[in-house]
Design a protein around this ligand. Structure first.
Ligand SMILES: Cc1cc2nc3c(=O)[nH]c(=O)nc-3n(C[C@H](O)[C@H](O)[C@H](O)COP(=O)(O)O)c2cc1C
Length: 226
């Protein structure tokens, strides 16, 4: 083998090794990204107490960006987001929502609102705004957790009195309904995420859910049967 052949062989091996490294690097990156996403989902938990540290408007804007990345029926995007970082308004909201004690220490919150007056092709009001705004709410919770922030979903819709008090406090236009308020802040203390996985909640294809048989038998003996 002359020296040119040896050099070509060496270059070919080096090229292959470099390509393999690039390929393996991408794969490794993919695996760690999916692990990180799963970890973020599985370790999220509702946080209801926060330190006094503020949440920057840049971060709050990023959370709204995450919200607007949610899936939305017919791509209608029927949402509007009211970002609240004024302590006085947060306290007013805390008084308006009986189960929203989290707002007492939260330095910020986002009200996720939907527009049910948007029309479908058949000119009927859209009914998907609830699902769309729920998906947006969950995106905010997950994005906040990924940034090390604590957050909790405070339910508003469909409780009529809560919808009225939040609309009134935030001076919402009449076409908008608040679905939820997410309280946000830097967590005070640590929280243990709940493991809610239950195999019995899963069924593949057609058939009974696991344990459904046992539950039916229990019911029939309780009721005396026919
Ligand atoms: C529709 C909805 C409404 C909720 N409303 C409230 C609320 O008003 N106040 C509150 O403290 N938590 C509220 N939560 C948070 C739940 O209590 C919490 O998600 C549940 O206990 C499970 O705990 P985890 O989020 O830590 O997994 C609400 C959650 C959902 C999905």
């Amino acid at each position: 083998m002359n020296k040119y052949k040896i050099l070509s062989l060496f270059l070919a091996i080096a090229l292959l090794a470099a390509q393999a490294r690039i390929f393996m690097g991408d794969k490794a990156q993919e695996v760690s990204t999916s692990e990180a996403v799963f970890q973020n989902i599985l370790t999220r938990s509702s946080i209801r107490e926060y330190t006094a540290e503020p949440v920057s408007r840049t971060t709050l804007d990023s959370l709204c960006r995450a919200a607007m990345a949610a899936p939305t029926a017919k791509d209608q995007r029927p949402w509007k987001f009211v970002v609240i970082d004024d302590k006085a308004v947060l306290q007013e909201l805390a008084s308006a929502l009986p189960y929203a004690q989290a707002l007492k220490t939260a330095p910020a919150a986002i009200a996720i609102c939907g527009d049910p007056t948007l029309m479908n092709e058949d000119h009927r009001p859209t009914e998907w705004w609830v699902e769309d705004c729920s998906a947006a709410t969950q995106n905010i919770l997950l994005a906040a957790h990924s940034l090390g922030l604590g957050a909790v979903w405070l339910g508003v819709y469909p409780a009529k009195t809560l919808v009225a008090s939040v609309s009134n406090t935030l001076k919402l236009p009449s076409n908008l309904k608040p679905l939820s308020v997410v309280a946000l802040g830097h967590p005070k203390g640590t929280a243990q995420p709940k493991d809610k996985y239950a195999k019995d909640n899963i069924r593949y294809n057609v058939g009974d859910f696991p344990n459904a048989q046992a539950e039916e038998e229990e019911e029939s003996t309780e009721g005396g049967g026919f």
